[in-house]
Design a binder for this molecule. Structure first.
Ligand code: ADE
Ligand code: ZN
Length: 335
């Protein structure tokens, strides 16, 4: 089973590039950019990773971003992730990036996106990994700031497939960004939003995503299970849910294995993802393996979770089918 999980061709739809920053890389970038750190070794950094909820994680996540300064830094950030993804047999990714986490420190939007885009081209050419980038807005900043960044992104529209919404969800509902997301849709972007686990008013937030914003996908969305009508609507619209088990273990002390199984039985298009693997110390394969250990998932369930990711990806129908055939062929020849 472990070998099948490791080797099956995979897609990842919920991974924050800034969340793939590894402790060793934090150190080397700090040295290169003359930034002083509060820690003496990468081990000390990991020891300080004491997350117990979303805000305690985000504080550390934003502090570490300071080391990212140049186009080369963003290139390395993304390319290191792609190299690691290759080991997990990932063939397709829709990674997030958080431009406001960098422009707020004086880094130009062009610097960020040029570095990431160059890594995407190299990943395609050298590693055979295809990717489409999603730009996230930080929901604890203003809607005006999100709109400014949406406008900043327009010259690079061909390099960005869609927009998302992340960061601290408390008191920052989807409706705050209704105008920004409507404009993003007009500009041709696809839409997704985080509906993080067990947040205040979370079921209402998911309804807002579905009915008002009309998202094309939902990030997390575990709490939709609390409302039968909401589940039905999600199934009816074929909306994918990008669930992140190990991240959930940090943020809500639960891998949410039972919820993932329930979603499968309800024909909800649930997918498995790593979220911030540099911090939660588990990449995609490790997320699948953690589920097996926790709740004895069958090979068919694993296969379904994996196929769902290609199915609800933002690839065109032909590319999707190519990848789904690749998965079928892998299981026919291996299992
Ligand atoms: N930004 C990076 N990781 C996140 C998460 N898990 N939830 C919300 N915002 C994030
Ligand atoms: Zn996330």
């Amino acid at each position: 089973m472990k070998k099948y999980i490791e080797e099956m061709p995979k897609a990842e739809l919920h991974v924050h590039l800034e969340g793939t920053l590894e402790p060793e890389h934090i150190f080397s970038l700090a040295e290169r950019n003359n930034i002083s750190l509060d820690y003496k070794t990468p081990e000390e950094v990991v020891a300080a990773y004491d997350f117990h909820d979303l805000p305690s994680f985000l504080t550390i996540y934003y502090a570490a971003m300071n080391v990212l300064q140049t186009e080369q830094d963003f290139y390395e950030l993304a390319y290191h992730y792609f190299l690691r993804a290759k080991k997990d047999s990932i063939v397709y990714v829709e990674p997030f990036f958080d431009p406001q986490g960098h422009t707020s420190r004086g880094v130009a939007f062009d610097t960020i996106i040029q570095g990431i885009h160059r890594a995407q081209l190299d990943a395609q050419e050298k590693l055979g990994i295809e990717s489409n980038l999603i730009m996230c807005f930080l929901r604890d900043l203003s809607a005006e700031s999100a709109m400014e960044h949406l406008e900043m992104s327009l010259p690079y529209k061909d390099w960005i497939i869609g927009v998302g919404l992340d960061s601290d969800e408390k008191d920052n509902p989807p409706s705050k960004f209704a105008e920004v997301f409507a404009r993003a849709r007009e500009e041709g972007y696809l839409l997704t939003m985080h509906c993080d686990v067990n947040q205040v008013d979370i079921v209402d937030h998911i309804w807002q995503c579905v009915n008002d914003i009309k998202v094309d996908r939902i990030d997390h969305g575990i709490n939709s299970l609390e409302d039968e009508a909401l589940c039905d609507e999600i199934v009816k619209r074929g909306l994918g849910l990008t669930v992140c088990p190990v991240s959930n273990r940090f943020v809500v002390q639960n891998l949410t294995s039972a919820e993932i199984k329930t979603m499968l039985t309800k024909n909800m298009k649930v997918t498995i993802n790593s979220d911030d693997p540099g911090y939660f110390r588990a990449y995609l394969t490790e997320n699948f393996l953690a589920l097996i250990e926790d709740a004895e998932f069958t090979i068919d369930e694993m296969k379904q979770l994996n196929k769902n990711a290609f199915d609800v990806s933002w690839l065109d129908t032909k590319r999707k089918q190519d990848y789904l055939n690749q998965v079928e062929e892998f299981f026919e020849s291996t299992v």
